[in-house]
Each structure stands twice: as structure tokens, then as C-alpha cells.
Ligand binder design. Structure first.
Ligand SMILES: Nc1ncnc2c1ncn2[C@@H]1O[C@H](COP(=O)(O)OP(=O)(O)OP(=O)(O)O)[C@@H](O)[C@H]1O
Length: 357
């Protein structure tokens, strides 16, 4: 099977609306790439250009060695799954699954065989004679995925396919999607604004903002080494602590405490320190990098408490640090000493937002 390539893809609706700016990326036939970003960042426009539902203003789209930029959607051999399922309400599940193949004049016996295969894979055998109106949301979504799979397409495009499902079902169908598409030898591009979906499903994530790719990396790298402030703030829940701090003589000043700066050629007057709440913990005697403060808010997240701490400061405004702490203690109003493990600290340039190092 073939890899999919986007080369300097741009889309301009008018000088004020440029939803996709110079996107270049490659998805191999064993890769699952997620376009992740906030509403309006250009994810769907990018996907629709790949599907041929939207024309690029500039750039090229290659599938294998073939330039498909100007091919009609029906000639692209790609299958798309929409957020809205887009099932035919008057047709049975079987007919919905078979409709694409019928249009292509696939022999009846082959249609029967492929539909049977896919309905077994997705657990739809019992539902083949029902109409979409007689199905639950999760079942409809599986039919929509099934309709893409029977096509045996060269690439699969999925546009927020889980967003209409409740939280529990979303988790289950997400796991199904992961298994099913891992077994396909074709590039998959998945669009979502849900970072959990992006992290759990993907082999590679492209984080988008304002039409630009902010970072293109495997999920672990996106999480552990965010390239800039946008990615650091967008990926991870609860959100990473991001504190703009003054610098003095090789240190960043956090309230009454000093934090060792990394090795950077010229120390700027200010810097952004980032640390995830799960990396902030109660200090132990051997910890070198610690801060003290008073808890002013405790939020119970079930497994942990998200504890907000005002860092002790001679200044009028105390910085706030949030930590994920165990639930077996009452943290309300406590005076605590927290460790900021140096290996978990991220540093960002105040001006550009880019990560140092
Ligand atoms: N046909 C159009 N004409 C003008 N502007 C458009 C058109 N389609 C989309 N846009 C604009 O382009 C930008 C990107 O839209 P797009 O649908 O790609 O975003 P998205 O990241 O998929 O958002 P969401 O998660 O909300 O679906 C938005 O500002 C949107 O308003």
C-alpha cells in the first residue's frame, strides 16, 4: 500500500480567512496520524482537501507516487468516516455497508463476502437487517467505520468520528478503532480536538494552531517534549503549570525561591517555566529544587487531588502552582513544601514561545 504526502498545502478562503498554512507531512501505510487542535485551527479543511471535497489554494497531495491534488473525490480510492455518520436512513445496515461497492459494480458474491467479513470484525452480524434509526449511536458509528472498511481503500480519513458518543461509549469505540485500523495496511488520518483520542490512537500527532503545524511527533514526544508554549498548554490534563518568571544570575525567581536555569547562551530578562501537575510532588529530604506555599484550592479528581498552591512570596502577587497529590490527606489550607524535579521542568522563550533545548 501507499504512503500519503502533503506538500506545502495552503487554503485561503479570502485574505482574512487562511485556515491552512503551508502544511507538509507524510503518513506511511502503517501509520495513524492525528490532526489535533482547537476549534477552527484548520483540521477539517486539511482533511477535506485530502478527500477532494475542497480544492487547495497551493500545494500538492500525493498518494504513493501519484499526484491526486486535482482528482475527483470518487477517483481517489480513499474512504472517509464523518462525525455525523452519514448513513442512508432508508437502507438497512447491509445495504449501507454495500452501497459503495454496488456503485463500483462489484460482483454480488464479493459484496456479500466483504460485508460479512467487516460485519464480523465490527460485531454487526445481528444488525444487518436493521435501519440506522433502529441503532444506538455506537452501533451507527460502527456501521460508518464498516462502510469505510469494506471499500479496502488506499487511505482512511476520519473526521471526529467519536464526538457524538457519550464518554463511556467513546472509550469503547476508541479501542475498537485502534485495533481495527492497526490491522489495515493503509495510512490513516484522524481529526480531533480531543487530546486523549490523539494520544491513545496515534502513532504520530500533528498539533495545529491557526492553520500551522506546531509540532509533528509521536504522542510520547509531544507530551514529554512540547516544542512550544501552545503545545505545552494544549496537550495534557490538568494543564501544565506555565509561569512567566524574572531571571537573575543564572536563576529564575519563583516567589521567594530560585530555580536553576538551563544552559542557554544569553539569559533573557524573563523566561517561562513549565511543569506538569503530576510531576510536582511533596518534597523529600534529598530534593534540591523545592518551593513552599499555602494550599488555597483542592479539587478532587477521583484518583488524585488537584491542589492549587500560592507560592510564598515577598511580592504582592504570589505565583500559583498546581500539583496532583494523593487523596489520603486533607490538603485544605495546608502549608506545604513541593519538589520541582529538574528533569521535569520545561523552559520556553517568552517572545517566541519556543522551547529551549
Ligand atoms: N467555506 C468556508 N468559507 C470561509 N471560511 C471557512 C469555510 N470553511 C471553513 N472556514 C473557516 O476556516 C477555519 C478553519 O475551519 P476548519 O473547519 O478547518 O476548522 P477545524 O479545526 O476543523 O474546527 P472544528 O474542530 O470546529 O471543526 C475556520 O475559521 C472556519 O470558520
Amino acid at each position: 500500500m501507499a504512503k500519503l504526502e502533503l506538500k506545502n498545502l495552503n487554503k485561503t478562503y479570502n485574505p482574512k480567512v487562511i485556515p491552512v498554512k503551508d502544511i507538509s507531512l507524510t503518513v506511511d501505510d502503517n501509520e495513524f496520524l492525528t490532526l489535533l487542535g482547537p476549534s477552527g485551527c484548520g483540521k477539517s479543511t486539511t482533511l477535506r482537501m485530502i478527500a477532494g471535497l475542497e480544492e487547495p489554494t497551493e500545494g500538492r497531495i500525493l498518494l504513493g507516487s501519484e499526484d491526486i491534488t486535482w482528482k475527483r473525490p470518487g477517483d481517489r480510492n480513499m474512504a472517509m468516516v464523518f462525525q455525523s455518520y452519514a448513513l442512508y436512513p432508508h437502507m438497512t445496515v447491509f445495504e449501507n455497508l454495500a452501497s459503495g461497492l454496488k456503485l463500483k459494480k462489484t460482483p454480488r458474491s464479493e459484496i456479500q463476502q466483504r460485508v460479512t467479513e467487516v460485519s464480523q470484525l465490527l460485531g454487526l452480524e445481528e444488525l444487518l437487517q436493521r435501519k440506522p434509526g433502529q441503532l444506538s449511536g455506537g452501533q451507527r458509528q460502527r456501521v460508518a467505520v464498516g462502510r469505510a472498511l469494506v471499500r479496502r481503500a488506499q487511505a482512511y480519513l476520519l473526521d471526529e468520528p467519536l464526538s457524538n458518543l457519550d464518554a463511556l461509549l467513546r472509550e469503547r469505540v476508541r479501542a475498537d478503532i485502534k485495533q481495527i485500523f492497526a490491522a489495515q495496511k493503509a495510512p490513516v488520518i484522524y481529526v480531533t480536538h480531543d487530546q486523549t483520542e490523539a494520544m491513545t490512537l496515534s502513532t504520530k500527532v500533528a498539533v495545529l494552531n491557526n492553520g500551522y503545524v506546531q509540532q509533528l511527533d509521536p504522542p510520547e514526544r509531544i507530551y514529554n517534549h512540547p516544542a512550544n508554549l501552545f503545545v505545552a498548554g494544549f496537550v495534557g490534563s490538568p494543564q501544565m503549570n506555565l509561569l512567566t518568571l524574572p531571571c537573575q544570575e543564572g536563576y529564575a525567581i519563583l516567589g521567594n525561591f530560585r530555580v536553576n536555569l538551563p544552559h542557554i547562551p544569553t539569559v533573557p530578562p524573563q523566561i517561562v517555566l513549565g511543569i506538569r501537575p503530576e510531576n510536582v510532588r511533596i518534597a523529600r529530604p534529598e530534593d534540591t529544587q523545592t518551593i513552599q506555599g499555602r494550599v488555597y484550592l483542592v479539587e478532587n479528581l477521583g484518583m488524585h487531588n488537584l491542589v492549587s498552591v500560592r507560592v510564598a512570596s515577598y511580592q504582592t502577587e504570589s505565583p500559583t502552582v498546581r500539583a496532583l497529590l494523593p487523596t489520603d490527606q486533607n490538603w485544605s489550607d495546608a502549608e506545604i513544601t513541593l519538589a520541582l524535579p529538574p528533569q521535569n521542568i520545561h523552559w520556553f522563550d517568552v517572545q517566541s514561545g519556543d522551547a529551549f533545548g
